[in-house]
Write a protein that binds this ligand. Structure first.
Ligand code: GLP
Length: 251
């Protein structure tokens, strides 16, 4: 596991965008797994900037998003569809037919989950998976629990997640209680994983993840300890407790 500690949010975003652009340069038809949430907004902004300068070309890239709220149609501003188009797809040259996001309003949700897994398989699996992390250690919407699911499935959001994501809605009550998410199996089969963490709110979970040697369904991100190619890019605020525990406090 490689750990990169960036000075601040902007540096974290630039570093993450550079890693993604390098992988696309190596393999123009990269299968790219994408994340939402507040953390990767800066990474998308940087990738858009690089695209405008001709530094990266998405014309052959295939994308698969991690998750979508159940019941929010693509045109709903709070949906991850809307987020992805407004932050990224509307500004770069990913071909529309190469964009995949789970459909949160599919008539047959079980079928949608199966279809999504099949599409990932047909594309040859994820080459590079971008991840954020929930305050409770969730990745995608794989929430802590007694067991974790391997494949794409419907999940019930944890109270911590509802609270954390309420900032994107008018109130906590409006946050959908369920979502479609790819499973831990799909994430773990990605050839390379880049996990981003930013801000004080993530310092506790990052310290837990990086200082403990234990893998537990109670901390879904801990499964990344078993993956052969994970890069963590976090800013100093997110790294604070981890560095304190290691005895390396940064001024
Ligand atoms: C959200 C998303 C995750 C994301 C995480 C952290 O609920 N489902 O994919 O990584 O929670 O979000 P944020 O970056 O806003 O802290």
């Amino acid at each position: 596991m490689e750990i990169i500690i960036a000075r601040d949010y902007d540096e974290m975003s630039k570093k993450a965008a550079q890693i993604i652009a390098e992988e696309i340069k190596k393999k123009p038809e990269l299968v790219l797994g994408l994340a939402t949430g507040g953390t990767p907004v800066g990474t998308y902004r940087e990738l858009v900037r690089m695209y405008r300068k001709g530094e990266v070309d998405f014309s052959r890239v295939i994308t698969f998003n991690l998750d979508e709220y159940l019941g929010l149609p693509p045109e709903d501003e709070r949906s991850y569809h809307y987020y992805m188009y407004s932050n990224f797809f509307d500004h770069v040259n990913v071909k529309p037919e190469n964009i995949h996001i789970p459909n949160g309003v599919a008539e047959d949700i079980e079928e949608e989950c199966r279809r999504y897994d099949e599409a990932i398989k047909e594309a040859g699996g994820i080459d590079l998976q971008l991840l954020g992390i929930g305050v409770n250690g969730h990745i995608g919407f794989n929430e802590p629990g007694e067991e974790l699911m391997a494949n794409t499935h419907v999940t019930t959001l944890a109270p911590d997640t509802i609270k954390a994501n309420a900032r994107f809605f008018n109130s906590e009550d409006e946050v959908p209680r369920k979502a479609i998410t790819v499973g831990l199996g799909t994430i773990m089969k990605a050839k390379k994983i880049v996990l981003l963490a930013s801000g004080k709110e993530k310092a506790g979970i990052m310290a837990e993840l990086l200082s403990d040697n234990a893998v537990s369904t109670k901390v879904p991100a801990s499964f990344l300890l078993l993956h052969p190619d994970v890069t963590i890019v976090m800013d100093e605020e997110a790294a604070q407790i981890y560095l304190e525990k290691k005895g390396e406090v940064r001024a």
